[in-house]
Design a protein around this ligand. Structure first.
Ligand code: IMP
Ligand code: MG
Length: 174
């Protein structure tokens, strides 16, 4: 098996500053609306937990999970494997994901939940990898734009490992 090496892309401190900036924007926009933050499992679980603690407005929290058929490469065959438990109708829904890569996942979730009559439906993503985009996705709240590299840590995994690392690293095959 090829050797993997890691180099740090974003430190805990940089991530914290990015999350704080996003939380301020979200707190201002949704002041009187008690938005429903819909975390996209599993990758967003650490980001979402930091984000909600940096907000100073009332929010509801729920989760959803989508899967595509490959472990590293996403493709167009996205499937909803876990549905939100709250009804979305009439709610201001904010989808919270770890990264928008090809865009297939977010595009699919937007079209699924768009049919459920939310009062509004927007996207918050910690990372954006625009060089990989296949389907256009508008990101309303973004942390960082990253190069075309595979990242791990802070919720991001490689074959289910490394999610617990506090920083974000690029995983390279040496
Ligand atoms: P999509 O290609 O935009 O549909 O992204 C699908 C999912 O692939 C993301 O939500 C992540 O969970 C995962 N993903 C994409 N790029 C990376 C990466 O660099 N590291 C870890 N997971 C990634
Ligand atoms: Mg994901």
């Amino acid at each position: 098996m090829a050797q993997k090496t890691m180099s740090r892309l974003l430190s805990q401190r940089e991530i914290r500053q990015g999350v704080k900036r996003m939380a301020e924007e979200i707190s201002n926009t949704y002041k009187d609306e008690q938005p429903l933050l819909l975390g996209v499992l599993k990758g967003s679980f650490i980001f979402l937990s930091d984000l909600v603690r940096a907000l100073d407005i009332p929010v509801s929290i729920d989760f959803t999970q989508a899967m595509s058929y490959h472990s590293i490469e996403s493709n167009g065959n996205v499937e909803l494997v876990f549905r939100p438990t709250f009804p979305l109708s009439g709610r201001h829904v904010l989808l919270v994901d770890d990264i928008v890569d090809t865009g297939y996942t977010m595009d699919y979730l937007l079209s699924q939940f768009g049919h459920e009559n939310p009062a509004s439906l927007k996207v918050c993503s910690l990372l954006d990898k625009p060089s990989r985009r296949i389907v256009p996705v508008e990101i309303d709240y973004l942390g960082f734009t990253v190069p075309d590299r595979f990242v791990v840590g802070y919720g991001f995994d490689y074959e289910q490992r490394f999610r617990n690392l506090p920083d974000i690293y690029v995983l390279e095959t040496a």
